[in-house]
Ligand binder design. Structure first.
Ligand code: Z5A
Length: 230
């Protein structure tokens, strides 16, 4: 495949906003505690074993400015943070991340593994908070025109399992993590709606199994992705 074309990671139709980059942009999504960070590390190890050193990054965050915005939006505040404020801060962070880190890496030909991206906004701010999806799509066009992940892993599990893992870990909850069970049910539904809409890009992985079982499913998809790019 020549430089300037963008094979995607399965036999699928081209994406509307994909742009000519030679790297691969792979995102990891799901409700909190579902195991996406754990699986991102497995994916990175697999790629390294195949001679590819991926760039690992996360959202909100990834650049100095975006990490500051992450702290601002996730830390508890003594005044209300409205859903619209949350949305705009997240997209400000994303615009910085895409311009400062993701796009340059993709243009260099790197594989970028990103813990969450715009699907998270659709699921959390759209599904969870009830903001209009049309606004989110409009902001996405502004923050990352013509850029869509080549492949997205959606780790799916009921909130009781995912949140149970977080509880076991015993970490302090941030402002969004402290939301209600019903909130995470809506977020999960928001994610699954994306997978129904974009089955070529979004691979739904059953995240209720063991870490090793899930890693095997991820590696299987990555192997397909590698074959498609050879
Ligand atoms: N947010 C948003 O609202 N809108 C947006 O657009 C974006 C983000 C981009 C920070 O996200 C918050 O930002 C997030 C959504 C919001 N808040 N919430 N909720 P984050 O990705 O940085 O943080 P997080 O979602 O809370 O995820 P996390 O802590 O990184 O969890 P995870 O990556 O899904 O899971 P993990 O760390 O890999 O695993 C959790 C624990 O489970 C850990 O102890 C593991 O060892 C264990 N684990 C992992 N896999 C398994 C299996 N298979 N079985 C048993 N135990 C397991």
């Amino acid at each position: 495949m020549s430089r300037g074309t963008w094979p995607i990671c399965a036999a699928a139709a081209p994406f509307r906003y994909a742009e000519p980059v030679s790297g691969r942009f792979i995102t990891f999504e799901g409700i909190e505690g579902v195991g996406k960070s754990t699986q991102l590390a497995h994916a990175a190890a697999y790629l390294r074993g195949r001679g590819i050193e991926p760039l690992l990054t996360r959202e909100p965050g990834g650049t100095k400015l975006a990490e500051q915005l992450r702290s601002l939006v996730l830390e508890p505040h003594d005044e209300p943070v409205t859903p619209t404020v949350e949305l705009l801060v997240i997209f400000a962070a994303r615009a910085s991340h895409v311009a400062g880190k993701i796009r340059p890496a993709l243009k260099r030909g790197s594989w970028v593994l990103c813990d969450r991206f715009t699907d998270a906004t659709e699921a959390y701010q759209g599904g969870g908070r009830g903001l209009r999806l049309a606004w989110i799509r409009q902001l996405a066009k502004i923050a990352h025109p013509r850029l869509t992940p080549h492949l997205t892993f959606l780790f799916d599990a009921p909130p009781e399992i995912a949140l149970g893992r977080m509880e076991k870990r015993g970490a302090r909850l941030d402002r969004i993590e402290a939301e209600t069970f019903a909130f995470f049910e809506r977020v999960r539904s928001g994610y699954l709606a994306i997978a129904v809409r974009e089955p070529e890009r979004v691979r739904v992985i059953d995240a209720t199994g063991s870490e090793e079982q899930i890693a095997a499913a991820v590696v299987h998809e990555l192997a397909n992705c590698l074959r498609a790019t050879e």
